[in-house]
Design a binder for this molecule. Structure first.
Ligand code: UDP
Length: 405
């Protein structure tokens, strides 16, 4: 239906701006759409990343604008999981540059000369869209395990919901100060009694159920550290990271200058294993020497005692629900690095509801960002405010527990 819509003031062609996702299967339809629009009388400007840049010489009828993406040197994705990470990294890397280029192009054209921007949905931060039924979740905080696992995940969740509906009561490992609204909603929606008896670890220690040997030698080391000086780092029993991320994590921790206790469990690094007795074998060369007097690495820690220890001032966590509630119940603020399942939503609550921590960085870890985040939590004033919030929640947890026992 080109015609009038395609002609601006003075009969000049109006512009449509296109920004395809830089993969073949997305570039092709976008360029075809460009052809259709051109045939209908529009002038077309195609924004593109350096990664997989289309060949502008083959389309002299369109204008091409390059958006720097900082992706050179990064290997192209080879698996579905890689693609998801790659899209995320692309978004993070080219967002600012795209805004810049877009502003420059818009400034060149007169006010009504640009009809619209057509961008691939993957480039429009769709995953950042708020979920209006469940604030403060964004779409990307919802549980997902990739396309292959989607149906299975839906089935598991549907089963859990059905089981809840069939039961005569619900026992939840949470407490009122954490989830007052959520508990009130559950009580409204369910006909059965709902008991919020958490944090459960206050009733019995995890050591009772620990599947791995907890290395208690780190407690004596903590005794020798000053109050609230130590960052405790642990990503729980399942979350894993790539070898490159481990290296960035290690050098970020080292570069922060902050004392640390780091749990490097045998399966933490994908594709590499170490016996439980030798967690440091997974660390990059030179790391131990660089941090000898400032940090301790164990394969598995007595986490609750660690979090309760006066020397611990922050927890870098994957935000498993247990780790999250254990940390809050001990008044320890968090650096959040969620990886799957409910962890993204938990991290979102830590940062935006309880204000007792913040998410490290999106995309792949990089040592500079790690250093900066650690310093912010451990040494800067907003980290101090998060610590104060965590302490308030600790107090509320203790008071709530007294009410219930
Ligand atoms: N844990 C521990 N030692 C460690 C790390 C974790 O005892 O070095 C315990 C922690 O206290 C928590 C559990 O393991 O109770 C991990 O549960 P969470 O829900 O945090 O994460 P998941 O392992 O299920 O991802």
């Amino acid at each position: 239906e080109g015609g009038a819509a395609a002609a601006g003031h003075g009969g000049r062609r109006r512009h449509v701006l296109l920004f395809p996702l830089p993969y073949q299967g997305h570039i092709n339809p976008m360029l075809r759409l460009a052809g259709v629009l051109r045939a209908r009388g529009f002038a077309v400007t195609v924004f593109h990343t350096h990664f997989n840049a289309p060949d502008a010489a083959r389309h002299p009828e369109h204008r091409f604008v390059a958006v720097p993406d900082g992706m050179s040197g990064r290997p192209p994705p080879v698996s579905v999981g890689d693609v998801v990470k790659h899209i995320r990294a692309l978004n993070a890397a080219c967002e600012a540059a795209f805004r810049d280029r877009l502003a420059a192009v818009l400034a060149e054209y007169s006010r009504d000369a640009v009809a619209c921007l057509v961008a691939d949905a993957h480039l429009l931060r769709m995953l950042d869209m708020p979920v209006s039924e469940l604030p403060p979740y964004r779409v990307r905080d919802l549980m997902h395990i990739g396309r292959d696992g989607h149906e299975l995940m839906c089935e598991l969740l549907a089963r859990a919901v059905a089981a809840v509906k069939l039961s005569s009561g619900l026992i939840l490992n949470t407490f009122d100060a954490l989830e007052a609204h959520e508990l009130a909603k559950l009580r409204r929606d369910l006909a059965v009694p709902v008991f919020d008896i958490g944090p459960l670890h206050r009733f019995s220690p995890a050591a009772d159920g620990s599947l791995l040997h907890q290395d208690r030698s780190c407690l004596a080391w903590l005794d020798a550290q000053t109050a609230e000086s130590v960052l405790y780092v642990s990503f729980g029993s399942l979350a894993s990271m790539g070898a490159r991320e481990l290296v960035e994590t290690a050098w970020g921790i080292a570069g922060s200058g902050v004392p640390f206790l780091w749990v490097v469990r045998p399966g933490l690094v994908r594709g590499r294993r170490a016996a439980p007795g030798e967690p440091t074998r997974l660390l990059p060369e030179g790391f131990e020497a660089a941090t000898r007097r400032r940090g301790v690495v164990v394969a598995w820690a007595p986490q609750e005692e660690v979090l309760r220890h006066r020397a611990v001032g922050g927890f870098w966590t994957h935000n498993g629900w247990n780790s999250t509630t254990e940390s809050l119940a001990e008044g320890v603020p968090m650096l959040c690095r969620p990886s799957f399942g409910d962890q993204m939503g938990n991290a979102r609550y830590v940062e935006h509801v309880w204000k007792a921590g913040f998410e490290v960085v999106g995309g792949e870890l990089e040592r500079g960002a790690v250093e900066e985040a650690i310093r912010r939590l451990m040494a800067e004033s907003d980290g101090g405010e998060m610590r104060a919030r965590a302490r308030e929640l600790k107090k509320a947890a203790a008071e709530g527990k007294n009410d219930k026992t």
